[in-house]
Design a protein around this ligand. Structure first.
Ligand code: GLY
Ligand code: MN
Ligand code: MN
Length: 505
């Protein structure tokens, strides 16, 4: 099914112009009259979103940080995949955090904080409301018309869902550019390139210094990123749900291992086994699944997933389901395909597990002393360096490797041990270092612990028996008042647990 253009469309969108040559749609006035009549237009039965009780506090924090300034937070628009086919929509995480909108809502929407004299803001959600069945859009617009994309919210329904005042986006450009000479505006850039252009043009017209303006934009983006460092109860619940869906996905993966062994692209069998659960029970995947057998596990971003899975391989599966709330899990398990780790695989696995345990222990120690985020990685690295020394792999002592000038152990684990997790898999990425790496752990932070060891087949510094094996163990962790909670605690994790899992016990 493809879109067919109504050449006299009154809508502003141009997507269908690309398929004029294929249009069979009748365009007579008689047809238009006929197609517009006889539809049940009972208003949508909207309910407040689950997040609506939490988003006012988030918006209040943003408002307090930028008194007297206009703030513009776009959701982003649909991205063309080819011709009249778009990618599935996923809104910018800052927009989701402040509106609570879920799943595929709401392309082209923009949240605007308009400053008031008393240093507060009036917050308005601009979006494109549903068009009546008597409009051309209803039946001829393949991007927004309800005939094509299903029921859409009107202004009232969106207000009920989000608890935010709503306006038709027809008035948006004026709302975000008016009085720009006398009012300062900050924009979350690169969420919606059209909005970037509208603001840039308006700034040019009032001869604003573009460099200073963009620095101000970056401060807004940074603040919105830092606002998400501590998760509220709704976010923690959403992350738990994402982890639970991910757990079901990993069970599908384990069940699919025999089929993966038989298939010429066994890694794809594993990838799709996971994604069946992610999509049916959630919104989809939070990032591209890594299904990496044997040596492919040593390619950190192995998302091609087109390799064979052979008996005796370990397969590294790094996968996260994104719940409808758009929060994602990020879990890695490394599975012995035939049900038992070989001796050398067991040595590698246990070293990584020990590094993970050390990282958990230092994080939990925050109840006794101030623990900085960077210490989690450092704790894991101490174990990794010590085990590499013990295996006779490290060319220097572990102590020397751990010095800033050394770091030889990082050859076999170049990535970090932890990152914040939330709406984005690498959440809060625009936060300043003092708020991230150097920050003291606080209840409500959620991050991964994910040490690994990667021994590539072509690494001539390695004893032969180690080559072609990669292990990562990745868990999702919530900092609590009395320690840490492993949100992925019901995933098999020790070597014996993982073997029993694969063996179906
Ligand atoms: N899956 C990406 C990561 O583990 O950071
Ligand atoms: Mn991760
Ligand atoms: Mn991961």
């Amino acid at each position: 099914m493809t879109a067919q253009n109504d050449t006299s469309s009154e809508t502003t969108q141009t997507l269908d112009d690309r398929v004029n040559n294929r249009s069979h749609r009748p365009n007579s006035q008689a047809f238009r009259d006929f197609v517009a009549e006889g539809w049940d237009r009972t208003p949508l039965n909207a309910e407040a979103l689950a997040a609506a009780g939490f988003t006012p506090a988030r918006r209040a924090a943003v408002s307090a940080a930028f008194p007297g300034e206009r703030l513009v937070v776009p959701a982003g628009g649909l991205k063309v995949r080819s011709n009249d086919t778009d990618y599935r929509f996923r809104a910018h995480s800052a927009f989701v955090h402040l509106t609570g909108l879920e799943a595929d809502s709401e392309p082209d929407a923009v949240l605007v904080f308009e400053p008031e004299d008393d240093d507060t803001h009036t917050v308005t959600l601009y979006f494109r409301p549903r068009a009546g069945s008597d409009t051309v859009e209803f039946f001829s617009d393949s991007r927004y018309g309800e005939y094509w994309v299903g029921p859409r919210a009107d202004l009232e329904a969106m207000r009920t869902m989000t608890g935010i005042a709503t306006e038709n986006s027809a008035t948006l450009d004026d709302a975000i550019t008016k009085d720009l000479g006398s009012i300062s505006v900050r924009l979350v850039r690169q969420a919606d390139s059209r909005i970037d252009s509208v603001i840039d043009l308006a700034r040019t017209q009032v001869q604003a210094d573009l460099e200073t303006s963009e620095a101000g934009d970056a401060e807004l983006t940074q603040m919105l990123s830092e606002l998400r460092l501590i998760k509220d109860d709704h976010e923690v619940a959403a992350l738990r749900e994402a982890v639970a869906i991910t757990r079901a996905g990993f069970d599908n993966v384990v069940a699919a291992l025999p089929k993966a062994l038989e298939h010429r692209r066994g890694e794809r069998v594993i990838e799709t086994a996971f994604e069946t659960a992610a999509r049916s029970d959630g919104n989809g995947i939070g990032y591209d699944t890594i299904a990496a057998a044997g040596n492919n596990a040593c390619t950190l971003h192995w998302i091609r997933n087109d390799g064979v899975v052979s008996p005796g391989d370990m397969v590294l599966v790094d996968a996260g389901a994104e719940a409808d709330s758009l929060y994602t899990a990020d879990i890695t398990r490394t599975l012995p395909v035939s049900g038992t780790f070989s001796d050398v695989q067991a040595k590698i696995y246990d070293a990584v597990l020990e590094a993970s345990d050390a990282a958990f222990a230092v994080a939990a120690d925050h109840v006794n002393r101030e623990v900085r985020f960077r210490e989690i990685h450092e704790a894991a690295m101490e174990v990794i360096a010590a085990r590499l020394e013990e295996f006779g792999i490290l060319p220097v002592s572990a102590a020397e490797a751990l010095s800033p000038e050394g770091q030889q152990h990082r050859r076999w684990m170049v990535h970090g041990t932890s990152h914040h997790l939330g709406l984005d898999v690498h959440d809060c990425a625009q936060a300043r270092a003092e708020m991230y790496l150097d920050a003291v752990l606080e209840p409500g932070m959620v991050f991964t612990i994910e040490p690994g060891l990667y021994f590539k087949t072509d690494d001539l510094l390695l004893p032969a028996e180690f080559r072609g094996n990669g292990v990562r163990i990745e868990d999702d962790v919530l900092v609590t008042a009395d320690g840490v909670e492993n949100l992925s605690a019901d995933f098999p994790r020790t070597r014996a647990e993982v073997e029993a899992w694969v063996q179906g016990r």
